[in-house]
Design a protein around this ligand. Structure first.
Ligand code: UT7
Length: 330
């Protein structure tokens, strides 16, 4: 598809809650240990929210930083798109809470649901609006408070996830001073893997007042091995697809979904790309689902990993199953 308007990223931001939960902390409540978690996942710690902080607060703070980094004001924003599976309420949306708290008085707002691919789905949608001339200044946000859906007696899942959010401000490239052009985006899905990562109950099929409702099924369940295989294949495939026509030396960094260090490393090995191309912060935050890619991307930007003209790949996948990738020229 040829864009009518070329689109760029004018600013980024991220927010994680202050409470650090280490592997040793988890080993006091579930049968696990730092050595197993570190070796099998690369995770050393994650952040959990406390009561009183919700996903909308993390998303709002990440968005506030992105607006500031772009040199804009909240009233300049005309659309807010949030990707999250941990909405504060089943309805209405996180995006409307972000809209009112930040004072984005001229913005429309909606949420998208694509689990760990939530941010890239929001970014893809934001780019499409701007490319079509339907909006000028769009916030694409991804965030989660998955700690609220963790079964702390299930060591196969509770050690994996953390809370956090990230954001990008998408504008016409001319208004970004030529920075951060979104060159390519792809999204995909395969509902055959619907139950690989899911929260079995609590939705409209079995709401809490349903006779079959079981509160122990209102937690995230992960078929770890199945997801592992899918993730390695999909990450490899997506990076190949989004960089087609480019040489690996043309790509400065890849910001992968921070899912598991072994998954990232296995994909990297199949591609035969060097590890220093991959921006990884999983040791600090674990897997923050829709927050994972935009948090890491903002850290990479703020650490000066990208210079003008560098090519950067964002890649994510998750429940659904869903996946997506973006190629950006910084
Ligand atoms: O963003 C998408 C969501 N993320 C995912 O869905 C995660 C993808 N999958 C993974 O990252 C990995 O599959 C896991 C980290 C979840 C598991 O790693 P694994 O190498 O696939 O381990 P496994 O499930 O095959 O388990 C190996 C052993 C088992 O013991 P036995 O049967 O060999 O005696 C498990 O019971 O490790 C045991 N185990 C643990 N031991 C200590 C599983 N979880 C733990 C734990 N601590 N937390």
């Amino acid at each position: 598809m040829t864009n009518l308007v070329r689109v760029g990223i004018a600013g980024t931001g991220h927010s994680v809650p202050p409470r650090v939960v280490t592997n040793d902390d988890l080993s006091k409540i579930v049968d696990t240990n730092d050595e197993w978690i570190s070796k099998r996942t690369g995770i050393k710690a994650r952040r959990f929210v406390d009561d009183g902080t919700d996903c909308s607060h993390l998303c709002g703070e990440a968005a506030r930083q992105a607006i500031e980094a772009a040199g804009l004001k909240p009233e300049d924003i005309d659309l807010i798109i949030v990707g999250s599976l941990t909405q504060d309420h089943l309805m209405p949306t996180i995006s409307t809470l972000v809209q009112t708290r930040l004072g984005c008085t001229n913005a429309g707002a909606f949420d998208v649901l694509a689990a760990c691919t939530g941010f890239l789905t929001a970014l893809h949608t934001a780019e499409t609006f701007v490319a079509a001339g339907r909006a000028k200044n769009v916030l694409a946000i991804g965030g989660e408070t998955l700690s609220r859906y963790l079964d702390m007696s299930d060591r196969g899942s509770c050690i994996l996830f953390g809370d956090g959010a990230g954001a990008a401000l998408v504008r016409p490239l001319d208004d970004c001073g030529g920075q951060g052009e979104i060159l390519r985006q792809v999204l995909g899905a395969d509902g055959e893997g619907y139950e690989f990562i899911h929260i079995p109950m609590g939705g409209a099929k079995t709401p809490p007042h349903h006779p079959d409702y079981d509160s122990t099924e209102h937690f995230i369940r992960v078929a770890g091995r199945d997801v592992y295989r899918f993730a390695v294949n999909k990450m490899t495939e997506m990076i190949r697809e989004i960089t087609e026509g480019y040489d690996k030396d043309d790509i400065k960094i890849v910001v992968p979904h921070q899912v598991n260090m072994r998954i990232i490393d296995a994909a990297r090995e199949r591609l035969d790309w060097p590890m220093d191309k991959f921006f990884v912060n999983i040791e600090k935050y674990g897997n923050t689902s829709a927050g994972s890619v935009p948090i890491a991307f903002d850290e990479a930007v703020r650490q000066g990993k990208l210079e003008k003209g560098d090519l950067c790949v964002l890649v994510a996948f998750g429940a659904g199953l869903t996946w997506g990738a973006t190629l950006i020229k910084w």
